[in-house]
Ligand binder design. Structure first.
Ligand SMILES: *[C@@H]1O[C@H](CO)[C@@H](O)[C@H](O)[C@H]1NC(C)=O
Ligand SMILES: *[C@@H]1O[C@H](CO)[C@@H](O)[C@H](O)[C@H]1NC(C)=O
Length: 420
């Protein structure tokens, strides 16, 4: 139990470390003057290996002491830097989501430097030891970012840290150590969902094999099919959902309730249900857009899914809809949206532009989005997505826009906060 508590503290740390001042952790952060002097006197020894990812299987190892490696690896200092950090490793291998995420970021954002933190030598230890190493790895990242700032005048604001499980703790530490020298751009963290499972890996694998043999589907109580396809019924509280098949829960209710689910065309029938909720703000012209959506999770990618709205979007509207996939994406990390404006709409837009000379290059059809969230029915987890850059939640016609898991999206931590 105490291990779990400590982890919660660490997770809180990484949640708070962006922007807001951290009180408890201050003592461990070197004061800015010391920091400026120390690295010059003694060369910093990093226990992590940083590689610049350039697509495919290609990575190029960076040596923070030999900055010319940056140039030869193709680091472009005009572009933002995303540092991805993996978590605990049972087998000494890099978790597969790291490369998948790096690839997704590189192909969708293009003008971006993607660096992968490899701390496998420390991550491949017993879990408690790996946990102890997270501060060290956090310092390694801090050192890299500071060196970039000192030698390249590369602003820490352009750095975005993405970490999952222990990688989230590391990103949090890196963010807190960097507080004095210039705030880091953004920290996106996935948090340890199954702390206990990490210890009891064999049990977890056993359960997993059972699940795969049997692939039990979940069905959800809903008033009618219309409501179900809008995705508003993925609620499991108060026995509103149940597993079908082998291990159905016996629930006594007075009246019979309708349960809904989507199934695949052949065995295994199980599909994973995802409810989308997208808020559109201040749409002046009513339009009926077609959106293409792609989700990247820690386990899988959804591929492109096309959604056509039946209702028009005008004023402020929140749309909900359901998509189903035959694979479990894992924890959701990235959402790509593409708006296919109709030809008709483009014509209307051209006409509007000539009447209203808003001018500038921004005179393009624009969808403005408010909150975007996705709830996975099977896990009951809701994930919110935020724009990566500061240009707001706008979507231009024919543009691919990538949203990442918002840093605020840590509901479990919040809940635990009250228990600390
Ligand atoms: C760096 O990226 C920018 C786009 O952000 C591009 O215009 C420029 O040519 C790149 N520089 C090099 C050396 O590749
Ligand atoms: C939409 O909501 C915004 C605030 O989020 C408000 O300022 C605006 O007036 C609303 N627009 C309409 C058409 O209701």
């Amino acid at each position: 139990m105490s291990v779990a508590k400590i982890l919660c503290c660490l997770l809180l740390t990484c949640h708070l470390s962006e922007g807001k001042k951290i009180k408890g952790e201050r003592a461990s952060v070197a004061d800015p003057e010391q920091r400026a002097v120390l690295p010059v006197k003694e060369p910093y020894v990093s226990s992590s290996v940083f590689s610049l990812f350039s697509g495919g299987e290609d990575t190029c190892t960076l040596d923070p002491l030999q900055l010319h490696t940056l140039t030869s690896c193709g680091f472009n200092s005009s572009n933002p830097l995303i540092i991805i950090t993996h978590g605990w490793s049972v087998d000494g291998m890099m978790e597969s989501w790291v490369l998948r995420l790096a690839t997704a970021l590189k192909t969708n954002l293009v003008d971006v430097n993607v660096v992968i933190t490899d701390w496998l030598s420390l991550a491949h230890q017993h879990y408690p030891i790996a946990v102890q190493s997270t501060r060290t790895v956090g310092k390694d990242i801090t050192h890299l970012v500071q060196t970039l700032q000192e030698e390249y005048q590369y602003p820490p604001k352009k750095v975005h840290l993405i970490g999952y499980s222990l990688g989230a703790h590391i990103s949090g530490f890196a963010g807190s150590y960097l507080e004095g020298s210039g705030k880091i751009g953004r920290i996106t963290v996935g948090f340890e969902q199954t702390v206990k499972c990490a210890h009891e890996r064999s049990v977890h694998l056993f359960i997993d094999s059972l699940l795969n043999k049997d692939k039990q589907s979940t069905a959800y109580r809903c008033s009618d099919n219309n409501a179900f396809v809008k995705g508003v019924c993925l609620d499991c509280r108060k026995n509103r959902c149940n597993t079908l098949g082998y291990d159905i829960k016996k629930v006594r209710t007075g009246t019979s309730k309708r349960l809904y689910l989507k199934t695949g065309p052949r065995m295994p029938y199980k599909l994973y249900h995802y409810q989308f909720r997208i808020q559109f703000i201040n749409q002046m012209e009513s339009i009926d857009p077609t959106l293409t959506i792609a989700l990247t999770g820690t386990k899988e990618e959804s591929g492109d899914v096309t959604i056509t709205f039946n209702d028009e979007i005008s004023g402020n509207t929140t749309f909900t809809f359901l998509i189903t996939l035959d694979k479990d994406l894992g924890d959701l990390m990235l959402l790509k949206l593409h708006w296919e404006g109709s030809a008709l709409w483009k014509n209307v837009w051209n006409r509007v532009q000539t009447i209203i000379p808003w001018g500038g290059q921004e005179a393009k059809p624009l969808l403005t989005m408010g909150k975007i969230s996705v709830k996975a029915g099977e896990t009951q987890e809701r994930t919110s997505f935020c724009a990566m850059s500061n240009d707001g939640q706008h979507l231009e016609v024919s543009e691919d826009k990538v949203f990442v898991r918002c840093k605020e999206d840590l509901p479990k931590q919040r809940r635990r906060k009250h228990n600390l």
